[in-house]
Ligand binder design. Structure first.
Ligand SMILES: [Zn+2]
Length: 178
């Protein structure tokens, strides 16, 4: 299955160690595999729960933790563009209204916020399942109507996601804020 296939421009590598934890994408842990090929810029491919990163041969002698970090970061960005757009569209159809604009931006421990009719979503949401992404987006859509976590806010939220408490608990356990 090809989730993403994208050329990545990378900066010069730094010397550090190669070990890496599994990379979670949409709730699934992926292994990272590196190979060196006769290519000019780095490439990234996803298959069989493995993220395969191909690097130009010239990087063979150098350690490449930084390249890997950049490649993974780029991959999250690409997946976030697709997944958050999908969730925005899904929730828009469900609720019948939409923000004027939305932005995908790393906002630390916040998963999303809503201000001036604009929704901002943290790309880190793509580490988790699609249901979770949809919930984060739905929550912010509800803030378009109600700024604070008042009763009316939760009433609207519950109407469209009866299990909202489950997601809120999960978010707290992950040390995020929504
Ligand atoms: Zn909120």
């Amino acid at each position: 299955m090809n989730i993403v296939k994208k050329n990545i421009t990378v900066k010069a590598p730094v010397r550090s160690n190669l070990e890496r934890h599994p990379v979670p994408v949409l709730g699934i842990d992926y292994k990272v595999k590196i190979e060196y090929r006769n290519i000019k810029i780095a490439e990234l491919d996803v298959e069989n729960k493995t993220i395969k990163i191909s690097l130009p041969n010239k990087y063979k002698k150098t350690s490449n933790t930084k390249i890997l970090d950049l490649a993974i970061e780029k991959m999250y960005e690409q997946i976030a563009k697709v997944e958050i757009e999908r969730a925005m569209e899904k929730v828009r159809i469900e609720l019948g209204f939409a923000p004027e604009d939305y932005e995908i931006k790393n906002i630390g421990k916040k998963l999303g916020f809503c201000e001036d009719n604009k929704i901002t979503v943290n790309p880190e949401v793509v580490m988790f399942h699609r249901d979770f992404i949809d919930y984060v987006v739905l929550h912010q859509y509800c803030h378009l109507k109600y700024k604070t976590h008042a009763k009316s806010f939760f009433k609207l939220l519950e109407k469209h996601e009866p299990n909202y408490k489950k997601f809120d608990t999960m978010i707290k356990e992950l040390n995020y804020i929504n």
